[in-house]
Design a protein around this ligand. Structure first.
Ligand SMILES: [Fe+2]
Length: 251
């Protein structure tokens, strides 16, 4: 069984809550679809946990922004990346600093494992493109689904939109609404599955989200965590207020 996590965004309280839950499941490996950093107050601690516990981490748009430049970011996200970069630069242990830098500079944009693909964004652009479930997008058409799934053999796992969902090649979409909700896949259909966000959910549910995958069934899990502590740290560090308040709202 795999645990698939994404969009941790420097939220240590959410990440430790998710890791504790994963420990209670029969998980063989933890895979991360990117955005370990950005928005949140503990990017270094989250990156260290990622390096310690995850089989691999994909390059999210926030890692890309950190090692390159923030492109298409809102002012709040851009400022958060600048402050995140300052936190990394303040690191006094040169060995640790180099280890993290080496890790961040060598993240892959996608991983393929048989007929299962993993990206941060979408199969069309593994780092930057967004996939939202039908009810969240005015622009969703059958042509768009066909185009999106063109290069997917069976399943593509993604993150980036922070909205857990499953979309199939027969134009069905499934959005989990319970704290634990499973969906068994049809081997004759093709799917894109968003694992949800650990550290900044945006589906008006403030619980941390991740997915379990046993090769047949996807289970999205939601976990309450101490978002007030995370929000207080965000305010103390000087990130945009919206980045603090949105954690309680799940937006
Ligand atoms: Fe993200």
């Amino acid at each position: 069984m795999q645990a698939i996590v994404s969009d941790i965004h420097g939220n240590l309280e959410a990440l430790t809550t998710v890791l504790e839950d994963i420990e209670k499941q029969e998980v063989d490996e933890i895979l991360c679809l990117g955005d370990v950093v950005g928005y949140g107050p503990n990017p270094i601690e989250c990156l260290d946990l990622a390096m310690e516990h995850f089989k691999w981490v994909l390059c999210g748009n926030h890692e890309w922004a950190l090692v390159n430049q923030p492109v298409g970011f809102s002012p709040a996200a851009k400022r958060a990346i600048e402050l995140t970069r300052e936190l990394f630069e303040k690191e006094t242990d040169p060995v640790q600093a180099e280890r993290r830098k080496e890790f961040l500079f060598n993240l892959e944009p996608n991983v393929e494992d048989g007929n299962v693909m993993y990206v941060h964004g979408s199969p069309k652009d593994p780092i930057m493109d967004y996939v939202f479930p039908e009810q969240y997008s005015r622009f969703w058409t059958e042509e768009k689904v066909d185009d999106l799934l063109r290069t997917v053999e069976w399943v593509c796992f993604c993150g980036h939109s922070h909205v857990p969902s499953i979309i199939s090649s027969t134009y069905e979409s499934f959005v989990p609404t319970q704290d634990t909700e499973s969906y068994t896949l049809d081997p004759d259909k093709v799917y894109i599955i968003n694992a949800g966000a650990v550290g900044q959910p945006r589906d008006r549910n403030n619980k941390a989200c991740y997915a379990l995958w046993d090769g047949k069934t996807v289970t999205h899990r939601r976990l309450a965590y101490d978002h007030e502590t995370t929000a207080a740290k965000i305010r103390a560090i000087g990130f945009d207020e919206k980045l603090a308040s949105r954690l309680a709202e799940g937006t």
